[in-house]
Design a protein around this ligand. Structure first.
Ligand code: 2P0
Length: 429
C-alpha cells in the first residue's frame, strides 16, 4: 500500500467552496506572488489487468493493460497546487490532513515535473527575475468526491491529478502519463478519458511505457458501469506488495504476461472499437478471473475476492445464462468490490435482481448512488431463475456511472482547496 492510499483512509468528503472567478488565479498581493491551480482527475477500471513490475523504481509493468475511465461526476480526485516565494518547504494535505511529502513516489513525480519545467524554460530562469521561480516551494492539497473507505482505486486518480495539476502550475504541456506512472502504475491510464491502453514498452528508461487513448468517452454511449460496494471486514493486501510476491512466485503470472495478454490486448481493442458488448464482456470476465487465478498461484496465496464477490460472480452468470447471452460482465481488482459492465437497457432490470439478492439493510444510507436508474420490473420467471438465498446487507451500496473524460483544469468552478495564504482551507472558513 502506498502513502496515497494510507493518507486517504480516514477521509471524509468535503467540497470546500472558495469564491474565485478563475481557478488559475494569481494572488496579487504585492509581496505575496503566488500561483494556484486546481484540477480534477478520474478513476479507471482495468479490463485487461496490470499486475507485476519489471522495474520497481520506474514502475514498468510486465504486460500492457487496458482500462475504462470512469465519469468524474461520480468519482474524482480534486487537487490544488500553489507556488510562492513565501513558502519555506514543500507541503501536502490529503483529505484535510497534512502528510509527509517525502514519500519516494511523490518525490519522483515532483522531481520529474520540475525537471520538465526547467527544460521547458531552457534552464535560464534566474531567481531574481522569475516571478514564479522553480526554486519556490510548492503546497498541494488533494481530496476525493467519494469515500475512500469504499476501497475504490484512489491512488490512480490521486497521482494522475497531482501530476496534471503540477504540470498546469508549471506550464508543462504534452503527454504526462510517463510521469503519472512513476507515482502509481495504474495512474498513467487516468491521464486520458474513455478507453485507454498502457503500452508496456521495451526501453529500460521507461520512455515508451506510456498510456494512449484507444477510444473517446463518447464512443460507446450506452455503456454503463455499476459498482457494487460490498461489506468487507478488513482491508486486503495492497497492490504494490501483492504484485511483488506474484512476480517472485507465480509461474502463471509469467505465462499470462508472455503468452496471454498480448493477444488479449488486441482482442479487447477490437471489441471496444466494434462496440461488441458480448465479446467485450466475456473477455473482461476472463481477464478478471485470470488475474485472481494468478493471485491464488502466488505463494503464499493472495485472496482479494470474498464470499460476496463470489456470489456476485455466480449471480452474473445465472443472469447471462437466463438471457441466453452476455448482458452483464464483472471485474474485480485488489479488493472484494464488484465492477459490472452492462448496456443502459439492462441496468434497471439488473439493479432489481441485485436488490433482491442483496437486500439493502435499513441503515439510513442511500442504496443507489450515481446516475439515476430507470425503474424496471423483472419477470417472475427471471427472478426465480436468478435470485438465490438472499444475503441482506452484504452489498452496502450501488454506484452507477459511465465512461468519462480525462483530467481537467477547473476554469470556473470555485473549489481551491488552499487559501490565499497557501494553507489548507478549513471547511468552516
Ligand atoms: C489494474 N490493479 O490494472 C490492476 C488490477 C489492481 C488489479 O493497477 O504499485 O495501485 O502503484 O503501480 O497501480 C493496482 O496497482 O500499483 C492496479 P502500483 P497500482 O488496475
Amino acid at each position: 500500500m502506498h502513502m496515497w492510499e494510507v493518507g486517504l483512509q480516514s477521509w471524509v468528503v468535503l467540497c470546500i467552496g472558495f469564491p474565485c472567478s478563475q481557478q488559475l488565479c494569481k494572488a496579487m498581493a504585492e509581496d505575496h506572488p503566488q500561483t494556484m491551480v486546481t484540477c480534477t482527475a478520474p478513476v479507471n477500471i482495468a479490463v485487461v489487468k496490470y499486475w507485476g513490475k519489471r522495474d520497481e523504481q520506474l514502475i514498468l509493468p510486465i504486460n500492457s493493460s487496458l482500462s475504462v475511465t470512469l465519469h468524474q461526476d461520480q468519482l474524482k480526485t480534486t487537487t490544488t497546487a500553489a507556488i510562492s516565494r513565501d513558502f519555506t518547504e514543500d507541503r501536502l494535505w490529503l483529505n484535510g490532513k497534512e502528510e509527509d511529502i517525502g514519500h519516494p513516489r511523490l518525490q519522483s513525480c515532483l522531481r520529474e515535473i520540475r525537471r520538465l519545467a526547467r527544460k521547458r524554460r531552457g534552464g535560464s530562469q534566474s531567481r531574481d527575475t522569475a516571478p514564479l521561480s522553480l526554486t519556490y516551494k510548492v503546497h498541494v492539497a488533494s481530496e476525493n468526491n467519494f469515500p475512500t473507505a469504499a476501497g475504490l482505486a484512489s491512488s490512480a486518480a490521486g497521482y494522475a491529478c497531482l501530476v496534471y495539476t503540477l504540470a498546469k502550475l508549471y506550464g508543462i504541456e504534452g503527454d504526462l502519463s510517463e510521469v503519472a506512472r512513476m507515482g502509481s502504475g495504474s495512474a498513467c491510464r487516468s491521464m486520458f478519458g474513455g478507453f485507454v491502453q498502457w503500452v508496456m514498452g521495451e526501453d529500460a528508461d521507461g520512455k515508451d511505457s506510456v498510456a494512449q487513448q484507444v477510444a473517446q468517452e463518447t464512443h460507446w454511449p450506452e455503456l454503463r458501469i455499476l459498482i457494487l460496494v460490498v461489506s468487507a471486514e478488513k482491508k486486503p493486501m495492497g497492490s504494490t506488495a501483492g504484485m511483488q510476491t506474484s512476480v517472485k512466485t507465480s509461474f502463471l503470472l509469467k505465462h499470462r504476461a508472455q503468452a496471454v495478454v498480448p493477444e488479449r490486448m488486441a482482442q479487447m481493442i477490437r471489441h471496444i472499437q466494434q462496440r461488441d458488448f458480448e465479446a467485450f464482456g466475456e473477455l473482461t470476465m476472463k481477464e478478471s478471473n485470470q488475474f485472481h487465478a494468478t493471485c491464488l498461484d502466488t505463494f503464499p496465496p493472495i485472496f482479494y475476492l470474498n464470499d460476496i464477490s463470489k456470489q456476485v460472480v455466480a449471480l452474473v452468470h445465472r443472469f447471462n445464462t437466463h438471457c441466453g447471452k452476455t448482458k452483464v460482465a464483472y471485474t474485480f481488482d485488489a479488493g472484494p468490490n464488484a465492477v459490472l459492465f452492462m448496456l443502459e437497457e439492462t441496468v434497471g432490470k439488473f439493479v432489481e435482481v441485485v436488490k433482491r439478492s442483496f437486500p439493502p439493510e435499513n441503515n439510513g444510507g442511500q442504496f443507489l448512488k450515481g446516475l439515476p436508474v430507470e425503474a424496471a420490473t423483472p419477470s417472475e420467471e427471471l427472478l426465480s431463475a436468478v435470485v438465490r438465498d438472499p444475503s441482506p446487507g452484504a452489498v452496502r451500496y450501488l454506484l452507477l456511472t459511465k465512461p468519462g473524460p480525462g483530467p481537467a483544469l477547473m476554469e470556473n468552478a470555485d473549489c481551491h482547496l488552499l487559501g490565499a495564504d497557501g494553507l489548507l482551507r478549513s471547511s468552516s472558513s
